[in-house]
Design a protein around this ligand. Structure first.
Ligand code: MLT
Length: 271
């Protein structure tokens, strides 16, 4: 793990295969997880592509810096990191909150994105009800700590089948949630509650885009993924069957196969 400092805030990240000749690929994690959720991808992809895997501020080993961390702030952190490593333009792979950050990045730095993988995410802002739910959860986390988030979110992050048959995966996801600081959880909840609608950005995205979704994703369902793929001119949608929101963890084999195929085609196009 390495540390990068931006405006006095320490951002932790992993970098794999910095000598790989092909694209730099940045993996952006979901809420309230950390860069560790990408382990099944880094193990498989690191031999071919350079991978940069940050902990968003407030998550993993990065600092928490403010009461609300906007998606733009996270995008700026990632951009500053990419600049400091001298690897722009990059391929952004974002899952859920990571997808919100990828869209914010694309809006702010459109010429610096080579391709996008948007997994289990959406472009729309929160409904009033969802926003109220996030603020209620901020209160609960302040009162009882992150385990309340694990209790509420685990049944939505993973399918019933995974919860029943993959106890080690449940333990790993729970650990990531429970080791996230209450302040970090609150900052990201507030940032997601206030995030802008990114629907207007979608028709302006001209880079190759892969949209992935688990067929049982109840947090950002297939209809959200379909809307992304229909609005982005150069996008392809792939549904990963029988998995829920954390599709990269529930079926890493299929997730990695689709991402590798996408990146390989990208290599061929830019050769
Ligand atoms: C995530 O997985 O990043 C979150 O569930 C996204 C959200 O709460 O909107």
């Amino acid at each position: 793990m390495a540390i990068f400092e931006v405006d006095g805030t320490r951002i932790a990240y992993d970098r794999f295969a910095d000598d790989a000749p092909s694209h730099a690929v940045v993996l952006l994690h979901a809420f309230p997880l950390s860069r560790l959720m990408w382990e099944p991808q880094t193990e498989d992809l690191r031999g071919v592509w350079q991978l940069i895997v940050p902990d968003m501020r407030g998550h993993g080993a990065s600092d928490v810096a403010s009461e609300a961390t906007t998606m733009e702030r996270m995008a700026d952190d990632v951009h500053a990191l990419v600049e400091s490593l001298g690897v722009a333009p990059v391929v952004l792979v974002g899952l859920s909150m990571g997808g919100y950050v990828a869209l914010a990045y694309t809006r702010k730095y459109p010429g610096e994105v080579k391709a996008l993988v948007l997994a289990d995410t959406r472009a729309t802002a929160d409904s009033e009800e969802a926003r109220a739910g996030r603020y209620a959860l901020i209160e609960e986390v302040a009162a009882t700590g992150p385990s309340v988030v694990a209790e509420k979110m685990l049944p939505k992050l993973l399918s019933a089948k995974a919860i029943e048959t993959k106890p080690e995966l449940v333990v790993a996801v729970r650990r990531m949630i429970e080791t996230t600081s209450p302040a970090g959880i609150a900052a990201s909840l507030a940032g997601m509650a206030e995030r802008a609608d990114s629907t207007d950005v979608l028709p302006t995205i001209m880079v190759p885009t892969l949209v992935l979704v688990g067929s049982e994703d109840a947090v950002t369902p297939e209809s959200d993924a379909r809307a992304l793929a229909e609005a982005i001119p150069n996008a392809r949608l792939e549904v990963i069957e029988e998995v829920a929101h954390l599709s990269n963890l529930e079926n890493p084999g299929e997730f990695n196969r689709l991402v590798k195929e996408f990146l390989t085609n990208l290599d061929a196009k830019t050769e």
